[in-house]
Design a binder for this molecule. Sequence first.
Ligand SMILES: CC(C)(COP(=O)(O)OP(=O)(O)OC[C@H]1O[C@@H](n2cnc3c(N)ncnc32)[C@H](O)[C@@H]1OP(=O)(O)O)[C@@H](O)C(=O)NCCC(=O)NCCS
Length: 299
Amino acid sequence: MEIRELTPDDWEGEAALAEEAFGAAPAGSPPRTRPAEPPPGRHGWGAVDGGRLVAKVVALEQASWWGGVELATCGIASVAVAAEHRSGGLLAAVMAPLLAQAAERGAVLSTLYPTAPGIYRSLGWELVAALDRVTLPTASLSRVRPPVGVTTRRAEVGDVRAVQELYAAWAAAQNGPLTRTGPRFDRPDAEIHADRGATTLAVDTAGRVVGYASWSRHGGYGPDGVLEVHDLLAVSADGYRALWQVLASSASVAPTLALRTSGADPARLLLPGVTWSPDPAAHHPYMLRVHDVAGALTA
Ligand SMILES: CC(C)(COP(=O)(O)OP(=O)(O)OC[C@H]1O[C@@H](n2cnc3c(N)ncnc32)[C@H](O)[C@@H]1OP(=O)(O)O)[C@@H](O)C(=O)NCCC(=O)NCCS
């Protein structure tokens, strides 16, 4: 058994192992093509048995906000062991060089979304948070108080930087959110803008962006209509009010609003009631491992 860093030549083995563990990509997904170069900020490690990739783990170069400070964070993804090789300790064997390399790059933390916490506990990760999808009746938003001194407009490609700055201001005040910067996020503005989809900005009287909501809708305009809100962030109460009010205007065509959220979301404080319902099928626990206690606490 050989434990080694993965290269673009392992792409087919990686795809086969990913499909075995997590299923095929949904119909209609863009075809995945073999990368010519290792994707920036992505470092895969694997175990190869007789020329076949039988275990893999990927480290992503990220950073996250803790106590108002950006900490270099290794994002762990694509953890899979071939069915016949499970329960044999391969995971720890592949994880060890990957974590050592991440530490050399300066990562003091690592985080992941587990399929089961037990897989990672003995390797040093613990549950600290969750990414959730919650739903609420869009009509309930009609009772959100109108904002004072904040208006809304649709974001354009020229607003990409302002949206990123707003995200950073919001994220720096929380514990855990990624910075959404670094090699994996370094893309042209037009691409970022197109991927974000419809984005509503909340703007104060001085023209400063004080919040944004990115959203899409699915289903029809009857009872199955859903307004799916991917990000809803603001740095003031009136910012949140203005965004909730725009989302409320879809009540007649999208009776359900779904929001991606985490923890004690300040957006909820502006709602007239406490009625949002967690979607049990979209609850993703989040685990943290501190690689370098002194480094993390000193920073
Ligand atoms: C999860 C997976 C990678 C573990 O690989 P493995 O080779 O069986 O792992 P190991 O034998 O090295 O076991 C590592 C630890 O995880 C635990 N573990 C493995 N699968 C588990 C599960 N489903 N639930 C709880 N604990 C589990 C083992 O008991 C062991 O803990 P221990 O050291 O305290 O005894 C493998 O089972 C797999 O590929 N599963 C399908 C894909 C998947 O779920 N990937 C994880 C994505 S987050």
